[in-house]
Ligand binder design. Structure first.
Ligand code: 3EB
Length: 336
């Protein structure tokens, strides 16, 4: 049995036009490129996350919609909003917009752990992080590195693993400089299976050159037995621990897709998860929105078809990286 979960990339207006039964099946919505969270959706009990990163090359806001195949239940804990199926929950912790970044990251993850543990979905499957001015400085350290300290501290304080099995798949990107920290996640009742990339050092083992605390994420997670869902973390042009092809967005895109293909290969060999690049739904983050068409062309060329992809403008966590790509694959019969 699969997880009966799908993700759809939709224009915000199309999401707002849907009603009733469909909205009852929505686990959560992330809105990109809008000034405010749409109240109509929030009023229906849907956790809505506003990410202050614009859609590349478009003025209209776009959404990432997580959809179950049946009505879901909604809840609220002291410091998080969530919706859940029997096996999965979408959860958005409350963020204190006035907290300093390191303490704010620790508080956001602590709220996340509290919410998923209280509701009975203790396993973090996938986490998205957006950090305003991610490459800027905060008290002598790059803001991404500051964030990594607070994130890892929260895991350690709860005796959670910061390396190896049990670490969530994740992405960490920029957002508008004045945006508050944004964290949202999918959590599960059952433990996912982690997938690491033989072409890359595991991020949780990065050397100290990239900051005093390593980032806490796995390269990908699989949830479910015979028809698993796959979450590929934000992936970039990194081999070993080094960034390759500085300044060349097309080469970076191809290297990134080699990394994702390597993950799919491990998923197949070690877990029997049969996914091709053409089965994936992608989110593509571009440091420069003007690179959209070049990256789209590279992606289409490698997968041999027009990609199901959402292109966003966001800074990447290393200055020299121009593109980062994340992906999801759901079992084929669950796509509709
Ligand atoms: C990398 O491979 C690129 O800190 O959560 C990708 C995915 C990256 C997740 C995170 C960072 C994160 O290191 C950056």
């Amino acid at each position: 049995m699969g997880q009966a979960l799908q993700v759809r990339f939709m224009a915000l207006d199309d999401v707002l036009a849907r009603r009733g039964d469909w909205v009852e099946r929505v686990l959560g919505v992330t809105v990109f490129g809008a000034d405010a969270a749409p109240q109509a959706l929030c009023a229906q009990g849907v956790p809505v996350v506003l990410v202050q990163a614009p859609v590349a090359g478009a003025r209209q806001p776009a959404c990432e919609v997580w959809l179950a195949d049946h009505a879901v239940r909604s809840g609220r804990s002291a410091r998080a909003r969530w919706r859940a199926t029997e096996s999965l929950m979408f959860v958005a912790p409350d963020i204190d917009p006035d907290a300093a970044l390191e303490a704010g990251a620790e508080a956001a993850y602590t709220a996340l752990f509290d919410a998923v543990e209280a509701a009975g979905y203790p396993h973090l499957l996938r986490v998205w992080n957006h950090i305003g001015d991610i490459n800027g400085e905060d008290a002598g350290l790059e803001r991404y590195r500051r964030f990594n300290i607070g994130r890892q501290q929260a895991f350690l304080a709860r005796r959670r693993q910061v390396a190896g099995a049990g670490v969530p798949a994740a992405s960490a990107l920029g957002a508008r400089a004045d945006a508050p920290l944004c964290v949202y996640a999918l959590a599960a009742r059952a433990a996912p299976r982690g997938v690491e990339n033989p072409r890359q050092i595991s991020a949780y083992h990065y050397p100290a050159d990239y900051g005093p605390r390593a980032p806490t994420f796995s390269r990908a997670n699989l949830l479910g037995g015979d028809a698993p869902i796959l979450f590929v973390s934000g992936t970039a042009s990194i081999v070993g621990h080094q960034s390759l092809h500085p300044g060349d967005v097309r080469e970076q895109t191809r290297e990134t897709l080699r990394n994702i293909a390597a993950l799919l290969e491990v998923g197949r060999a070690e877990h029997g998860a049969r996914f091709a690049l053409a089965d994936l739904q992608f989110k593509v983050y571009l440091r420069d929105a003007a690179h959209r068409d070049a990256v789209h062309e590279e992606l289409a060329g490698v997968i041999g078809a027009a990609p199901d992809a959402l292109f966003l403008q966001a800074d990447i966590c290393r200055q020299e990286l121009l593109v980062e790509i994340e992906a999801v694959a759901v079992p084929k019969r669950e796509r509709a």
